[in-house]
Design a protein around this ligand. Structure first.
Ligand code: GLU
Length: 352
């Protein structure tokens, strides 16, 4: 193993009021160990909003997006300051990187981000990444740092994504509701993931659902994921030594090219295309392109080259693709026979 991405959530980093320095110190110690045995670490960290909140104590906790952005601007400086001070104790240097979905969807910026990360890794510096909350509007928001950590893993061809959480891993049922819920040690296919996995955690924005999406993104780029408790002693060292901690997701199945990962997960769909049963079967089972005659309805305003969601007759988003026709032209073409290719197979990805 050469590279590892570690995602640290707000509830893990700031369990009470403010940041848990002992926890962060322990992470730094382990990252140092990894470095010594030749493994480069990239960290994706939350906590900017949480820290901003603990600094401005009397602020109302029901925040709108702009208030959150303001708090993130307050907390991010503090956050990176903690990281650089604590990591310095171990002789480690950190670098702050703030990203939005736009940075990752735009080819030029994407390459720039990748080059910068590669350079930092080469210099032995630990990149500490967060979403650039201050500028991220709803459309360009990555949604949560679970997704960001998976996209970063594909960006730098990480060998492993480790999501450190305040839960021990994935359980066979929601452990908040059921006392007898059992930890699952290993998942080898998406079918093995239980349906009832619980909602978002109280402090963080994610919860298990967004973590599973991160697992999906990583798996399709051939990257394994481990979800484990950040509180487990020597968690990173145990993982590297192959000990069983948390839940390992080692999922087989179709791998996607980097380009297809971006089509499916990197860009926000601009609209929806509802299709009929025939088209659904052609796309889902016969590896075909989407033609105009299978299109039933269109939702949203998109241009040629935008990403769109493709919706099955059952109402489920089952694929994403890059659309050839703008929405107004497609409105005219929908249901029409003739060879109007709406989404070419090479620009289409089936979701799990
Ligand atoms: N970027 C946010 C923060 O630093 C966290 C988002 C998330 O945890 O998903 O506060």
């Amino acid at each position: 193993m050469k590279r590892i991405v570690i995602k640290i959530g707000t509830a893990t980093l700031c369990p009470d009021d403010g940041l848990d320095i002992i926890f962060l110190d322990d992470i730094a110690r382990q990252v140092k160990y990894l470095k010594e045995i030749g493994i480069s670490t990239v960290i994706v960290t939350s906590g900017a909003i949480g820290l901003g909140m603990s600094m401005l104590r009397d602020i109302n906790k029901n925040l709108n997006l702009i208030q959150k952005q303001a708090l993130a601007a307050v907390g991010q400086g503090k956050l990176i300051n903690y990281y650089s001070t604590v990591f310095e104790r171990y002789g480690l240097m950190v670098a702050q990187i703030l990203l939005t979905r736009e940075d990752l969807a735009n080819r030029k910026r994407f390459l720039n981000a990748r080059n910068t990360l590669e350079e930092l890794i080469k210099l032995g510096i630990i990149p500490v990444i967060n979403e650039n909350d201050t500028v991220a509007t709803e459309e360009i928001k990555l949604g949560d740092n679970d997704q960001l950590s998976a996209l970063v893993s594909t960006l730098i061809d990480s060998d492993l994504l480790t999501i450190l959480s305040n839960v021990n891993g994935l359980y066979d049922k929601d452990p908040h509701l059921y006392k007898d819920a059992k930890l699952i040690k290993e998942i080898r296919s998406f079918d093995e993931i239980p349906k009832d996995i619980g909602g978002p955690s109280e402090k963080g924005s994610g919860g298990m659902i967004t973590k599973i999406l991160a697992v999906e993104i990583a798996a399709r780029s051939n990257i394994k994921t481990i979800i484990a408790s950040g509180r487990e002693k020597d968690v990173l060292i145990k993982i590297i030594n192959g000990e069983s901690v948390g839940t390992l997701f080692d999922i087989g199945g179709e791998r996607l090219s980097k380009r297809k990962v971006w089509i499916a997960y990197g860009v926000t769909p601009k609209g929806k295309i509802y299709i009929d049963q025939g088209a659904y079967e052609a796309l889902a089972f016969r590896n075909k392109s989407l033609l105009s005659q299978g299109v039933k309805e269109i939702d949203g305003n998109f241009s040629s080259g935008d990403a769109v969601s493709i919706i099955s007759p059952g109402g489920k988003e089952f694929a994403r693709g890059i659309v050839y026709y703008p929405s107004d032209e497609l409105e005219e073409l929908k249901g029409k026979k003739g060879y109007h290719e709406v989404v070419h197979r090479d620009n289409l990805v089936l979701l799990y």
